[in-house]
Design a protein. Structure first.
Length: 145
């Protein structure tokens, strides 16, 4: 079974919280961890690659914490997952056809390549802003009920 690891899932939740708070200053990891019911220690491992990829900024000091480096509408789930999980290929031959002597005529390789393209396109079509909008719409509906 193909599965996203906790790095990708929790990283998306971390980035969602930063997007939800966008424009209101930096957030502490302990605040994000509490809101998402995640371990601060685990989140600490996700920050360096996100910072290196210039998706988040870190600020030191009493008003420090983390914030998005770009607007929520400019960060896709594909970027987040790729940074934390690496490239997704359902089979090694999709990325490196030379590893298999059957690649040029293998009928299943095309299916694996199509699967990779579909997953990649789906993740690329959703931004953090989309998640924020969906969250706010759902919570506005709940409050008016």
């Amino acid at each position: 079974m193909i599965r996203l690891s906790t790095k990708g899932k929790y990283g998306a939740r971390l980035m969602f919280q930063l997007a939800l708070n966008y424009g209101n200053g930096p957030m502490l990891l302990k605040e994000i961890a509490a809101r998402e019911d995640l371990s601060v220690r685990y989140l600490e491992h996700l920050v360096p690659p996100l910072r290196t990829a210039r998706l988040i900024l870190s600020m030191r000091g009493s008003k420090g914490g983390y914030s998005l480096a770009k607007k929520p509408q400019d960060i896709t789930l594909k970027e987040i997952v790729r940074v934390l999980e690496g490239p997704f290929y359902p089979s090694e031959c999709v990325e490196a056809p030379d590893i298999c002597n059957r690649s040029s005529f293998c009928v299943t390789r095309n299916i694996w390549a199509e699967l990779e393209q579909t997953i990649s396109a789906t993740l690329a079509s959703h931004t953090l802003q989309d998640l924020v909008d969906e969250y706010r719409k759902a919570h506005t509906s709940e409050e008016s009920s």
